[in-house]
Ligand binder design. Structure first.
Ligand code: GLA
Length: 695
């Protein structure tokens, strides 16, 4: 891997307020319209816009012939009107002349088809021609605009991997071979790592190794896993090429690339290390009334990628998107609560795709801040109110979210357990499992951070590992130290199964976690579709769909739950092993939401942490803080009223009202209560007037 961190300096984004605005595509509009845009942006409280993301062809209409004039004018206009610029390097997509001159630069799919021009991201991440041109364009942009006074930060490319995250072309194959040579040294190393004696796959020349294109049957799993790692690294190298140019020409300007929330294909831990600020594009589905729960996990990841530093919500949708099968709009008020949820979770920005709704092209039905009806559109009225309201939250800028619970996110295990066809069951999926566990903790009242499997775990009382298929010594050791020092660890099913080359650990799962957890898995026990078993958990019967395990526990292990039906009846299912100052739990089964609530309520209480008696999926509370002050965001994501009980009184920054220890919020209501920093993370309980469990 050629890319490396250049230094540890974090460059600040050059903006002195919360960022509010969106993607701006002035090259789709007349200059007359630009003046109207500026007027309305100011009315709506816009403080930053992102451009010119897809404008390479407009900036370099012919090879080496640049036309900066229109961009010069709009950047000056924005700056003169006090609007900061998230300046894209314009490398998100190649101009047609580049692709026609170098057709070998186009990406291939897994079936060996070359993908055609006419959409976006029509490039192979490994293509030397593409890389060379990206470097050239980035340099041209940096030299032209690096000293522009309106420049807030560099926006590199756009949503890496959105359309092209993997490429199976001959150039990628060459690059893949080089990557494998770096990893394994020689062919013997590769043959050993890939376990090639199975199905006769021994390689006798590097040239024989191709990308894992469609084959007659299941493909070697280690090859597939390495291809996932390689593909993430190939885009990381592309990112680093731009970073290097920008660091050279504009050493003090922050750089970012906008992420796509919890996106499977790229290891965002690696990407975040290289940039100054994390930025995210978040599109919770309005058709799903609980999509804010998934958003809470995505935002937990965003703030954790750079150790809790504030991040920026760079894109979201005002109402409907246009890329789903059915694009449901957002009810009035929903955009406010969703936007403020991102701020609650550490974002110092609320931005949208896009400022003015397109008149033509692929995204003309995507809602925007300024809808097709212009000023009269609901989207403008709602975002204008939001932009102006956001000014009241200026005090939260720079503060950090307080959390005592972290969830391990590990891309290697995600890829290992999903790229492969040959698994005990396809019904235990990393992302689904992570989201289910997060949802239980969320419903019980906790804002959850994320963390790598190697930590750091400082400051957390509870670390949960929903599924860690690949475990090596460093991860096991880090988790062990966390527990020895008093931490509480919960490990989920199908963890510690293989090493980094996908070889099953000696003795089977949970491999290097064996001593810590005090259990051994004799057999994974997937359940046929439609069948479910039961676990007896302190007298409550929990339903087990899809996945169970035959486990045996050591004598010093407390069995908290046993299988209560089927072949596994009577065997341990959920265990807890006290170790050092802490404890290590193992949950061997997939559980439904109710079951997870029961088990995690117990785990939280055993870990000395509070848990809501009434789990409510619509009522969320998150606290951001600086050294002296807590800012507790209370959010009602639903349409039924909810009442929050606060540990202390304070003032609601949004309404300016003093609030006692009880706050009732109606549909999509939000309050941000400011109070002196409490010694421990404020825990907010909830009552729904109907008093029924709605999680
Ligand atoms: C992504 C892209 C944008 C736009 C939006 C639409 O986030 O970055 O260019 O296509 O999706 O939702």
């Amino acid at each position: 891997m050629a890319a490396s961190r250049d230094d540890d300096r974090i460059r600040p984004v050059r903006i002195d307020c919360l960022a509010f605005g969106g993607d701006y595509n002035p090259d789709q509009w007349s200059e007359e319209t630009w003046h109207e845009d500026i007027r309305l942006m100011k009315e709506a409280g816009v403080t930053m816009v992102s451009l010119p993301i897809f404008s390479w062809p407009q900036l370099e209409p012919e090879p080496g012939v640049y036309d900066w004039r229109w961009l010069d004018r709009i950047l000056d206009l924005l700056h003169d009107n006090g609007i900061r610029i998230d300046l894209a390097t314009a490398t998100a997509t190649p101009p047609s002349w580049l692709l026609r001159a170098h057709p070998e630069m186009a990406p291939w799919d897994a079936e060996g088809h070359r993908l055609e021009f006419g959409s976006r991201q029509t490039y192979c991440p490994s293509s030397p021609i593409w890389r060379e041109n990206v470097e050239r364009m980035t340099r041209a942009m940096a030299e032209r605009y690096g000293a522009h006074p309106g420049l807030a930060m560099w926006h590199i490319s756009n949503e890496y991997g959105d359309h092209t995250s993997r490429c199976w072309c001959p150039e990628s194959a060459k690059h893949f071979r080089r990557w494998l040579q770096d990893r394994y040294g020689d062919l013997d190393g590769l043959n050993e790592a890939w376990g090639v004696n199975v199905w006769g796959q021994r390689y006798t020349s590097w040239d024989h190794i191709e990308t894992p294109r469609k084959a007659p049957g299941p493909i070697n799993p280690t090859k597939l896993l390495d291809f996932e790692r390689f593909s993430s690294d190939a885009l990381l190298e592309l990112f680093q090429i731009e970073i290097d140019v920008l660091r050279e020409v504009t050493p003090d300007i922050a750089v970012t690339t906008n992420f796509m929330s919890m996106f499977r294909d790229l290891d965002y831990w690696d990407f975040a290390e290289r940039e100054d600020v994390v930025t995210d594009d978040a599109y919770p589905d309005p058709a799903d009334p609980t999509s804010h729960v998934g958003a809470a996990l995505n935002y937990g990841l965003m703030r954790s990628l750079k150790g809790g530093r504030p991040w920026l919500l760079l894109e979201s949708s005002v109402s409907a998107t246009s890329w789903r099968d059915v694009n449901v709009p957002k009810a009035p008020g929903k955009i406010r609560v969703e936007s403020l949820q991102a701020v609650a979770h550490g974002s110092d920005a609320v931005m949208f795709f896009q400022w003015r709704q397109a008149k033509y092209g692929q995204e003309k039905f995507h809602s925007s801040m300024l809808g097709h009806r212009g000023e009269r559109s609901r989207s403008f009225q709602e975002t204008k109110a939001l932009g102006n309201e956001l000014k009241r939250l200026e005090a939260v800028r720079g503060t950090r979210v307080r959390s005592r619970v972290a969830l391990v996110v590990d891309w290697d295990s995600w890829w290992g357990s999903s790229a492969v066809e040959s698994l005990p069951s396809q019904r235990l999926q990393w992302a689904q499992q992570a989201r289910a566990w997060h949802r239980a903790l969320y419903s019980l009242g906790h804002a959850v951070d994320t963390v790598r499997a190697t930590g750091p775990f400082d400051g957390y009382d509870l670390v949960v590992v929903p599924n860690l298929y690949i475990v090596e010594r460093p991860q096991a050791d880090a988790l062990c130290v966390f527990v020895e020092r008093g931490g509480n660890l919960v490990v989920g099913p199908f963890s510690g199964v293989v090493d980094a080359t996908e070889k099953v650990h000696d003795g089977g799962a949970p491999g290097p976690l064996r001593r810590l957890l005090g259990v051994e898995v004799d057999e994974q026990w997937p359940l046929a579709d439609g069948l479910a078993e039961r676990i007896d958990y302190a007298g409550r019967l929990l339903k087990v769909p899809h996945w169970a395990e035959w486990i045996e526990a050591d004598a010093d292990v407390e069995v908290r739950g046993r299988y209560a039906s089927g072949v596994l009846e009577g065997l341990p299912a959920i265990t807890r092993r006290p170790s050092g100052e802490g404890s290590a739990w193992y949950i061997s089964a997939k559980l439904e939401h109710d079951g997870l609530l029961t088990v995690f309520r117990d785990i939280l209480r055993c870990s000395g942490l509070p848990a809501r008696d009434e789990a409510c999926v619509d009522a969320e509370a998150v606290t951001r803080a600086d050294d002296n002050t807590d800012y507790t965001f209370l959010l009602n994501h639903g349409t039924e009223p909810v009442a929050f009980s606060l540990p202390a009184s304070g003032v609601d920054l949004l309404s300016g009202n003093e609030v006692a220890d009880r706050v009732e919020l109606g549909a999509f209501g939000v309050a941000v209560v400011v109070s002196p920093r409490a010694a421990s993370v404020p825990f907010i309980t909830v009552t729904t007037p109907s008093a029924k469990e709605r999680a």
